[in-house]
Design a protein around this ligand. Structure first.
Ligand code: APR
Ligand code: PHB
Length: 389
């Protein structure tokens, strides 16, 4: 079998890349380890930057997102009992769209099925070969049969645990990592959101976040210890802990109900450099992870895909290798900005078990600066809505 670009992984990064390439007449195949249903069962964040919205439109997968997504002009920060608003529109002229990333994956899957581009789900033992030469190949097994795909390029869009990054010899790759000493316990429920805007909560009991998927579906998070057992968190306990971290207004408005999903996720910052090895290119979670506090995971994957799709398009349409040659440095410059922002939001809003009194005072001073200074609030807003390219 032969294709131009072999894409490993059918998460948002792989699917978006596949659609953009297909629209420019570039052949590609997507190889995914899981079933489509499994891919769609993963619950992810739900805040989309304008640049990611534009890219989904360009991929022909934005129609439902515009119909059902909620435009948010700002966000709220509730710090030690007092609420502040960051007005994105006033400070930056921009907004974000609240729309579940699971729904984005679904829309991209449907767009791909509609155009008939090939995807192979439930592949086993994917292996990458000769990407340091001119004729890379990908091998996989499906239903017991081995297949080899010859291609011009391989796009490793297979997430943090994927095979692509691990295929690079260890002396060619450098990784940077910070693991945070807590996790997020998330709950999804078919209840109306407590507020029209997201509320990020700093509280001595730990961080909390009130988010949403639609006017009738809410998503809440609580900072929790990494040793926490999900079975020790029946819904009632979750709601009463959340209530304690909210202010009076939110407590009065909070509508509780049965959870439809509940899970614990650890928080991590991670970057692998470079993002290109010969004819293998990493994109999305395969190359970097951010803690979810700034909602940058999918947005960063989309920005990698923007650079990478353009690089391939330039290569095939005008024989230019400039985009390919600069992919890693361009993508990494943006990745590190998002890493810094996500680390900063996480550090400012969470309770760190090892923090001294001095650290806590600094944290509070940092927040007060954001609340009192228009310049500081603008810096937060500018990064939250997405830095320009
Ligand atoms: N072979 C084939 N597919 C694989 C392999 C493998 N060896 N390993 C992993 N995969 C698949 C996973 O099953 C998954 O569907 O690759 C896909 C990677 O998808 P994501 O983990 O969602 O990564 P990415 O597409 O980069 O997502 C970017 O979007 O939803 C957000 O927060 C999420 O930050 C993430 C961002
Ligand atoms: C979510 O809705 O799941 C969400 C929103 C904002 C974040 C993280 C997660 O910062």
């Amino acid at each position: 079998m032969r294709t131009q670009v072999a894409i490993i992984g059918a998460g948002p990064a792989g699917l978006l890349l596949g659609q953009l390439l297909h629209r420019h007449g570039i052949d590609n195949i997507i190889l995914e380890r899981q079933t489509p249903d499994y891919v769609l069962s993963r619950i992810r964040a739900g805040v989309i930057e304008q640049v990611a919205v534009d890219l989904l439109d360009e991929a022909g997968a934005g129609e439902r997102m515009h119909r059902e997504g909620l435009v948010h002009d700002g966000t709220q920060i509730l710090a030690d009992g007092v609420r502040h608003r960051i007005d994105f529109r006033e400070l930056t002229g921009k907004t974000v769209l609240v729309y579940g990333q699971t729904e984005i994956t679904r829309d991209l899957m449907e767009a791909r099925a509609a155009c008939g581009a090939p995807s192979v789900y439930e592949v086993e033992d994917v292996s990458l070969h000769d990407f340091d030469g001119h004729k890379p190949r990908v091998r996989y097994r499906k239903d017991g049969r081995e297949t080899e795909v010859e291609c011009d390029f391989i796009a490793g869009c297979d997430g943090f645990h994927g095979v692509s990054r691990k295929s690079v010899p260890s002396d060619h790759i450098k990784t940077y990592e910070r693991v945070y000493p807590f996790g997020w316990l998330g709950l999804l429920s078919d209840t109306p959101p407590v507020s029209d805007e997201l509320i990020y909560v700093r509280h001595s009991l730990g961080f909390a976040l009130c988010s949403m998927r639609s006017p009738t579906r809410s998503r809440y998070y609580l900072q929790c210890s990494l040793a926490e057992d999900i079975d020790a968190w029946p819904d009632d306990r979750f709601w009463s802990e959340l209530r304690m971290r909210l202010d009076r207004d939110a407590r009065d408005k909070l509508v509780t109900g049965r959870s439809i999903e509940k899970s614990i996720a650890p928080l991590r910052s991670f970057v692998a450099e470079p993002m290109r090895f010969g004819r293998l290119f990493l994109a999305g979670d395969a190359a970097h992870i951010v803690p979810p506090t700034g909602a940058k995971g999918l947005n960063l994957a989309a920005s990698d895909v923007r650079y990478l799709s353009q690089a391939f398009i330039d290569f095939y349409m005008s024989k230019s290798t400039a985009g390919i040659d600069h992919y890693s440095s361009r993508a990494l410059a943006r990745v590190w900005q998002a890493e810094r922002f996500s680390w900063w939001m996480t550090t400012m809003l969470h309770t760190f078990p090892e923090n001294s009194g001095f650290d806590q005072k600094l944290q509070r001073a940092e927040l007060d600066y954001v609340f009192r200074s228009k310049v500081a609030a603008t810096a937060l807003a500018e990064q939250y809505v997405g830095l320009p390219f």
